[in-house]
Design a protein around this ligand. Structure first.
Ligand code: HSE
Length: 419
């Protein structure tokens, strides 16, 4: 970020009509060699002091974490009437509404483009370009690490662990990579998109979440054979029973646009009444993606002029963001992929089909084939359902498990409609 501001100084000055300079810096370790020249910037041991300093116009928070120094600094900066730019999705997921209230009261900006989908300008798009649109569903590939892992597992047949190691080495993963692979990072980003889409308060804690750590090569191969690709999606959708918010591995048709989003690239699809479906895709993680979004946010502030009334942080005034009724996961409706490893004996296929019928699940296909080396003793049964409910699928799979025909844990992956 500092390298972009100093390296592109002349162009940024031209675009903003004023000069951007790094006025002050604070970090945990003053002596660490970061390979960056901070010029004449003042050093602060205490980031909260820096946030309140009269020498700065904009406070940029790149600390991370939903409490501690990050929260203290951002709050202090806003209360002192400084604009804030942050890349911290966890902070916004937890304190976004209260911080937005302070920003709006003080008449300053709280910009957070880098917090969701890396370099993709999805916040600006939803906050500014889509006024008047009513959103019905927003979904996307919001975690570069997971998409990188799934892409390489499919393309190169590599193990999950080898791909994760590379993602960490390349700087895509969070400090604790379970945040990526178990879906927390996607959930934080989805909670922000939900608020922008539906004018609701942010509530990341109640999002249904499944990660990608139990996706196997068997799932990836079966998906390919059936014309699907597996992606970790975050989905927020208006339904008759409330707003559905879910993060889970998802089968999307191989021919869909979102299925072509590979590697660390992110994508966000927004469906509205006026626009139809919009899909944005671009670099989702890594230093350059973050730097581009952060500098864009700083430049927006630099272009604004004193006395200019800023728009609300989450598209509607923070005090008007409403609590909302969450749809329960059991009432989710959609198609399902179910992979079962079963004993190879008479009556298993019929028993599985009966459990489906008993729960009124209509099948699009049911295929049985040998399960690799233990083909003598067990078989794989793959079912694809027509649209049904999560509750029906859970009951049917519970029943199949009770029947005693399975030799391994059943795998259930939801299918998502995607254009
Ligand atoms: N760890 C995140 C990802 C970085 O993999 O997408 C950006 O939030």
């Amino acid at each position: 970020m500092v390298r972009v501001i100093t390296g592109k100084a002349a162009e940024l000055t031209r675009q903003c009509g004023r000069e951007l300079a790094v006025a002050a810096v604070s970090a945990r370790d003053r002596n660490k060699d970061r390979g960056i020249d901070f010029g004449n910037a003042n050093w602060f041991d205490d980031p909260v002091e820096m946030a309140k300093s009269a020498d700065i116009d904009v406070f940029v928070e790149l600390i991370g974490g939903d409490e501690g120094a990050a929260h203290a600094c951002v709050k202090a900066a806003l209360e002192a009437g400084r604009h804030v730019v942050t890349a911290n999705k966890a902070l916004l997921a937890k304190h976004g509404v209260s911080l937005a209230e302070i920003a709006e009261k003080k008449g300053v900006l709280l910009n957070y483009e880098a917090a969701v989908a890396g370099g993709i300008p999805v916040i600006k798009t939803m906050r500014e370009a889509m006024a008047g649109n009513s959103v019905t569903r927003v979904f996307g590939i919001l975690n570069g690490t997971c998409n990188y892992i799934l892409t390489r597992m499919e393309a190169e047949g590599l193990s999950f662990d080898a791909c994760l190691e590379d993602a960490q080495r390349l700087g895509y993963a969070e400090a604790d990579p379970t945040f990526d692979i178990e879906g927390h990072d996607t959930a934080h980003k989805l909670s922000i998109l939900t608020s922008l889409a539906f004018g609701t308060k942010i509530a990341a804690d109640d999002i249904y979440m499944e990660g990608i750590s139990n996706i196997s090569q068997a799932d990836i191969r079966a998906a390919g054979e059936l014309g699907y690709r597996i992606k970790l999606l975050g989905v927020a959708q208006k339904t008759e029973s409330g707003i559905e918010q879910r993060v889970h591995p998802t089968m999307v048709p191989t021919a869909s646009v979102i299925a072509q989003v590979h590697g660390v690239t992110n994508a966000v699809a927004i469906e509205t009444d006026i626009l139809g479906e919009l899909l944005l895709s671009g670099p989702g993680a890594g230093g350059n993606a973050t730097a581009s979004a952060v500098v864009g946010d700083i430049a927006d502030i630099a272009k604004s002029r004193p006395g200019f009334q800023h728009g609300p942080v989450f598209g509607r005034p923070a005090r008007e963001l409403r609590p909302y009724k969450k749809a329960r996961m059991r009432s989710h409706e959609g198609g399902y992929f179910i992979r079962l490893t079963v004993h190879d004996r008479v009556g298993v296929f019929a028993a599985v089909a009966k459990r489906m019928a008993d729960n009124e699940i209509s099948l699009e296909s049911i295929v049985q084939h040998a399960a690799g080396q233990e083909a003598d003793a067990q078989k794989t049964v793959i079912l694809v359902t027509h649209e049904t409910t999560e509750a029906a699928v859970r009951k049917a799979v519970e029943g199949i498990t009770k029947d005693g025909h399975l030799t391994d844990k059943p795998q259930v992956i939801r299918i998502e409609r995607a254009g």
